[in-house]
Design a protein. Structure first.
Lengths: 445, 445, 445
């Protein structure tokens, strides 16, 4: 049974609940681009799918960048003059500017204020801030809390360690018939933010689970890594093998209530671009196809001009366009099981297209073959042909070795699955064969 | 005088009446894809234009198909228990499923019913049904008549013969200066259906009459043949010469009140596609240009991927989109003289473009030539130039050997006839010559 | 400082007044395609910018044309039977059909009338008429004046001379680093018509003044010449050097209140076409981009198929579409200082783009370079990047040697000046270098 059909046969509600449960499990961990938080996260993923860990030491040069010191944190707080914790890292890991250097001091409110970050427009929410490459420290709190601070001395403590260590990322490689690869990449470095990117981690993990259970043409490589520096590190260490990547997708922001947004690869007309556009057009519900731009998630790196890989990005709401983005309001209520499940379904539909998007040659290219004698046509005249026969005629007419099934689906306006089913039947009937050059298998090394 | 101008000078009303009269003459004949009915039809066409008949014997293999047995029918009826003909082939040849095998039996209503075809949504109309490739028999009647049938026994009789014989088609070949061909193809296999396709037969015949009376650049080949199997047979027997076909048109459904529909060839940008689009844009009245699709009339065969000929299809209402399609309501009232005449006019306009669509070289390509000294410009400054001079400027500017007159008409938004007239004047003035490669004449063999 | 920035720093109001003052200075001169009027005009331009005069004798063959006799005029009038000048050339040089042959006679009103030209729809305006290539004479007057003429005899006098002489045009050549040229062409042959084309003359002269004061990459060639015959003559005498013209612009009708219209070159996608479209899109205010057509100003000659130069035409209202066109209402009130200054600004913006439209190579094409360590990025995470950083990311991502800065501006929707500024900073940082093939300098000979 095809991967999409198999997926459709499962209980969608339960799929959604599983995805949300996994996001819930990962939510409390204080992740960053290095350190124990991201390692614990990757370990939880490892319980579900086979993954290989890579540790890259601090100081390693990766293209124009250097792997930073490893950051870890045990505790952090602000105490008022009564010794009461008025801000407590144990309540929310967003309270500390991610990558803050250690500090322990008693300072005045005036001295403290430059180290406080809030969102005046959303006075109850805590912002998410980082300072990876500039050594500093800071606290994030609600604007209302900051306004209520009285003059006086405050004990500030960030019990963090910034020291030589490792950057850790994980790969789940699922070999297929061909060594040609589909890359799925997600960032795993954000702390307690649900949509950005526990949603991506949960969907990618579930997708790998589905693929691990079945045979597939492509080899699939799932990357769970810290944003930016992780993708750069991986590319730096895998420069010679990226030529195997036939299609790729960055997954992020897949749990909110917004319509799908697919940002095209820099190539703009890669197979993944055409396939995702086809799927979104066929699905019900709002969606938008965005042209490539160089700002965003790790497609920035995969689509840098030296690589220019066919990697797009699938999201629901676009980063920065919704108020919950990078705040404490991006919590477990902001992502919904049904939305996560529908996102996973879209990914499965993409893989269904990629796996089955072949190019055929019509063996009877001169005039139509007589479908009737093969029981592939209606028996009597006078009644219009049905959509199945129409799909067969399209596949036969366009299978000249130049049109893929996805091309035919787009030309005809018929769904890829119907076109693919027609091709299967025509192959069985001996009317169609794989075109020269279709699926020349690169042997897995 | 140009073919279009000459046509425009004739009495349009009379043209329409002649077309309708010919359709009326052909209407009663019981045609099928083989047999005496189609032969009688081709004989009537032969009285008007020179045609050559081809008989292809039953059993001949034509690509993936086999020429079927020849079908003929003398009579058919259903009698009730009183011996009264309650259904009579002599009243309408649609009453018998076309290609029915012979039958003569007395059966119960329950046994009869699976052999009856009606249109419940149009209870007064008789449907048109065929069963060419599955041996069976049946009757078509109005739904109301079927509902009125009483229980009891019925004598059913179809006095038909299905036996080895011939498939017959006709060609009208009108040699031109060049052996390059324009193909006009119409199906001649439908019984008493006026729009589908007596309209096409009448228009094609009249077009051939017009062309037979004059010199022309292209050779014209008119095919009158049974749908599908006829086109496949012709292609099978003429495989080596189809390379001569520069442009082609399938004609069908040209008498109803709908706007024109032109379905593009599979190539999509063939000269005939651009020419027909230009003509329909220039004409008053609604029209639509349809992308190629593999379902339809014999363009299916001409545009199969092995041939991929530049053959489009001109219709008014599209098959299957109007209720009268393939029913007894597609009768002589459904097609009107004025509509037939306007369809013929469109075909003549197409031929006018194809015959005159040449590519020229401006002999004064550096700056504008001085039109004034040749009396091709206005004499005084200060008054805007007229459309004739504008057309001349367009032809001069674009005649670089790369733009045909049709290209120039499209670029400028000026009608082809104005552009062509401008080119004629500029040629006379010695400012323009045929470009290298224009109209390299393939000698007629 | 860039040419546009420098221009923006100047007092726009004063610029507009200077432009209008120069138009006012030129207004009274009776210009034609030859003769003292155009020579006096070119002398006035010479007072402002370095120009070289060319005299081409009557009878010289220039492509398909012949340089006409030189026309000069001292006086002209119509006197009524009382000897009163009822029409006086000294009041408006539009009163005489330009290029009228001399006449001195007393004739009846009936004999006079075929020599009178008016505009019935605008009964108070005097039309502008010429008769360069057909020897005749005539007067132009308001329709109301003509209606008031009484029967009787009239003394008509045109004291003109049509004799062998010269056609005179002027070039301002401003050599740049490269011998590659930008051509700016304006017609200088119309008499007292302000928008058509004292506006073009004033703007072109001011643009040359600006360029003469600074270094520039391209060499600039400004042509001030009689329309049609002047451009043809210049092309005829400079046939071998036109290959140096990389971009060009015809300037006309730049003082009226209409929105800008840019008519594309025949090539349609030349750098000047893309640059002008970008500038007009970035500017506030209405504009329209027109496809090339062979009727218009001297782009007709530059874009004739033998030359096909990348020369467009910038206007405000399009000739022939406003009632004042070629009438006495195209006077000094019809053109406004602010509109002239905005037109000059558009030309300066074009030159700013052309001068700076380079193609770069990203020296760190694999992944993004780390902008932060170069102080080219925001320091802390969590806040969206600003437009300056976004421009840098676009330049880095697209600088693969195939996209010019103008291409990147169009892809990103960011203004050329922001993209260009980003490229400058990235070059300074050593992240970007000129691509192979960028600005290969043709040495000025």
């Amino acid at each position: 049974m095809g991967i999409l059909k198999e997926f459709e046969s499962r209980d969608r509600e339960r799929i959604g609940e599983d995805l949300h449960r996994f996001a819930t499990e990962l939510y409390p961990i204080c992740r960053s681009i290095t350190g124990d938080g991201i390692r614990q996260t990757l370990e939880r993923i490892h319980r579900r799918i086979p993954i290989q860990f890579s540790d890259v030491p601090t100081g390693m040069e990766v293209f124009d960048w250097t792997v930073p010191k490893e950051w870890n944190i045990s505790d952090a707080y602000i105490k008022d003059s009564n010794g009461t914790r008025i801000l407590d890292f144990q309540c929310s890991n967003l309270h500390v500017v991610n990558y803050s250097i250690p500090v322990h001091a008693t300072i005045s409110l005036a001295e403290l204020k430059p180290h406080l970050f809030t969102i005046p427009e959303r006075p109850d929410w805590i912002p998410y801030r980082t300072s990876y490459y500039k050594e500093t420290w800071g606290f994030c709190m609600s604007h209302n809390q900051m306004l209520a601070l009285q003059d006086g001395d405050y004990e500030v403590c960030i019990d963090s360690r910034l020291a030589d260590g490792n950057l850790t990322y994980a790969e789940c490689y699922l070999p297929g018939v061909s060594a040609d690869e589909v890359l799925i990449s997600t960032h795993a470095c954000h702390p307690s933010l649900a949509n950005d990117n526990l949603s991506g981690l949960a969907v990618a993990t579930a997708l790998a689970e589905i693929l691990a259970e079945r045979e597939h043409h492509y080899s699939y490589r799932f990357l769970f890594l810290p944003g930016t520096i992780g993708a750069i590190t991986w590319l730096s260490r895998n420069r010679d093998m990226v030529g195997r990547i036939r299609n790729g997708l960055v997954l992020t922001g897949l749990g909110d209530a917004g319509g799908f947004h697919y940002k095209k690869s820099r190539q703009g007309n890669a197979e993944v671009d055409k396939a995702m556009a086809h799927i979104l057009r066929q699905q019900n519900g709002p969606f938008d196809i965005l042209e490539f731009s160089p700002y965003g998630y790790d497609e920035r790196q995969y689509c840098s001009p030296g690589f220019n890989l066919p990697v797009g990005c699938l999201m629901r709401s676009v980063w920065g366009t919704f108020p919950e983005y990078h705040t404490s309001a991006d919590n477990l209520d902001f992502i919904r099981p049904a939305q996560l499940a529908a996102s996973l379904r879209t990914c499965v539909a993409l893989i269904d297209v990629l796996e089955n998007n072949r190019t055929y040659q019509n063996l009877n290219p001169f005039c139509e073959p007589q479908l009737g004698k093969r029981n592939l046509y209606r028996s009597g005249g006078g009644v219009a042909i049905g959509p199945e026969i129409n799909a067969r005629l399209w596949v036969l007419n366009c299978s000249d070795g130049k049109h893929s099934l996805l091309d035919i689906a787009e030309l005809s306006g018929i769904s890829f699955s119907s076109i693919s089913a027609a091709a299967d039947i025509l192959c069985e009937s001996g009317l169609l064969v794989a075109a020269a050059g279709d699926r020349v298998v690169t042997k897995a090394s």
